[in-house]
Design a protein around this ligand. Structure first.
Ligand SMILES: [Zn+2]
Length: 459
């Protein structure tokens, strides 16, 4: 089928899909703002408590970020109108709702908001019997979830000092014992020994040795014929590694793993292995800085790299879920893939429908087939490498989903989810250097295999 027909068919199918499946649930949302406002007018703490319980018990509605945000907003509004005991109880419930959201989103910003909310309850209502509980929840989130044991210890010390006879203080002593027993250097920090990428390869800086000059173009702006091979992506010289998240966006956090640290650690392992194989390696970031999703692909386009590899860590509200997933850009074929994309994109699953729709335009320039082939090579090589080292990771397969960070990339681009921080056993592997090194070697081998595959096609 000629490409244009293929594209038309794909557009039609996506449009039909959008109208048939996605549009109806979106419609009621347009009237949501007024509905939400009406809902709150006169809402009592009891009715909001019922909403809180209902959301906690309903896995489907509880999975939607919007539902929690609306509840938190309503609680905060009620708290502002209340006094004394009612105000304390409402504020505490708002903190709990924020915590529940954070256990579902695995978003560190959400965790920090919950920690702040508990701290505010303890500070504003020191005489209330919810104050010690607030300190305990605050310490629990800091220590057991974020792995910030020193900060947690300080909060627990305040709990012992100010409320020694409370039930929360008793729980606090048990938590402190647990944190002290499990205390270990933050496993997610890139090891000091790990080779830092050469400074010259940092984004925005040189590293152009061996790099082709901008593609010469004819009067129509088309590439000159001799560059067609390169334009077709039949060669791989330069690879951009994209450690996901960073700065104000720590990504997902669970079991002492912080995604932003993990992704940087992985990039530092993969980069030198690729250099050894003769590739030029560039990085979207080499320190803990924030970069927007479009900034990342833009960097890759500007540097005209041949491959774009985005590095991530997965999380799921169910702690049983684990395994390796490799993604390329396309519409999500399964709910699970849509959920991973919604988390990485920082939008609700419902908003994914908008991204699916935008895809019809993006797909015109995306290197879909190449990206899929690259994903398959890398995915297989990682599993092979792990197996050779007698590690196991479940094979969740190569999947497609509308990842914002892959949109607009003009080169084959994939997104790696190296495993689930939310699964305790897998998290333990993901904190182990030998396991990560195996995965990094797999990525380098997979990219080399993809390059070989291209060379065969070109011959
Ligand atoms: Zn991520």
């Amino acid at each position: 089928m000629p490409p244009s027909v293929k594209v038309d068919v794909m557009r039609f199918l996506l449009l039909a899909f959008f109208l048939a499946v996605l549009a109806p649930p979106v419609l009621p949302a347009w009237s949501a703002p007024t509905a939400a406002g009406g809902e709150t007018a006169g809402a009592s703490l009891d009715s909001l408590h019922k909403r809180f319980d209902a959301l906690r018990q309903d896995a489907k509605r509880g999975a939607l970020r919007d539902n929690w945000l609306r509840l938190i907003e309503d609680l905060n509004r009620l708290s502002a109108q209340s006094r004394g005991n009612a105000k304390a109880r409402t504020s505490f419930l708002a903190a709990r709702a924020q915590e529940e959201l954070s256990h579902r989103s695995f978003n560190a910003q959400d965790r920090i908001r919950a920690i702040d909310a508990y701290a505010a309850v303890a500070k504003n209502f020191p005489k209330h019997d919810l104050a010690p509980s607030s300190l305990y929840r605050q310490a629990y989130l800091l220590g057991a979830i974020l792995g910030r044991t020193e900060k947690a210890a300080a909060v627990l010390a305040a709990l012992q000092k100010n409320y020694p006879r409370s039930l929360a203080a008793k729980d606090g002593r048990a938590l402190q014992a647990r944190l002290s027993a499990g205390a270990e250097p933050a496993a997610t920090r890139p090891p000091a020994a790990a080779a830092r990428p050469p400074a010259a390869a940092a984004p925005g800086q040189g590293a152009s040795s061996g790099r082709k000059s901008p593609v010469p173009r004819n009067r129509n702006g088309e590439p000159a014929p001799e560059d067609i091979m390169e334009q077709l992506g039949l060669t791989v010289r330069t690879i951009m590694l994209d450690p996901g998240h960073g700065g104000k966006d720590p990504g997902c956090t669970a079991n002492k793993l912080v995604e932003a640290d993990f992704t940087l650690d992985m990039a530092r392992r993969i980069g030198p292995l690729l250099t050894k194989k003769g590739f030029t390696v560039l990085y979207t970031r080499t320190d803990n800085r924030f970069l927007s999703l479009p900034d990342r692909t833009e960097m890759a386009n500007k540097k005209k790299v041949d491959l774009f590899i985005s590095i991530h860590l997965n999380a799921n509200p169910s702690s049983a879920v684990h395994g390796l997933e490799t993604y390329y850009l396309n519409e999500a074929k399964t709910n699970e893939a849509a959920k991973v994309a919604s988390r990485e994109n920082g939008v609700s699953v419902r908003n994914i429908s908008d991204l699916q729709f935008i895809l019809t335009d993006v797909m015109l320039s995306a290197k879909l087939e190449e990206s899929r082939a690259l994903a398959q090579c890398v995915h297989k090589a990682i599993l092979d490498s792990l197996r050779a080292g007698r590690w196991t990771a479940s094979d969740n397969g190569v999947r497609s989903a509308p990842f914002h960070v892959l949109m607009g990339a003009r080169m084959p681009a994939i997104l790696l989810e190296f495993g689930y921080a939310s699964n305790a056993r897998e998290a333990q592997n993901l904190r182990t250097g030998a396991f990560l090194q195996r995965q990094a070697e797999g990525v380098a081998q997979g990219i080399a295999a993809y390059k070989e595959q291209l060379a065969k096609i070109a011959r």
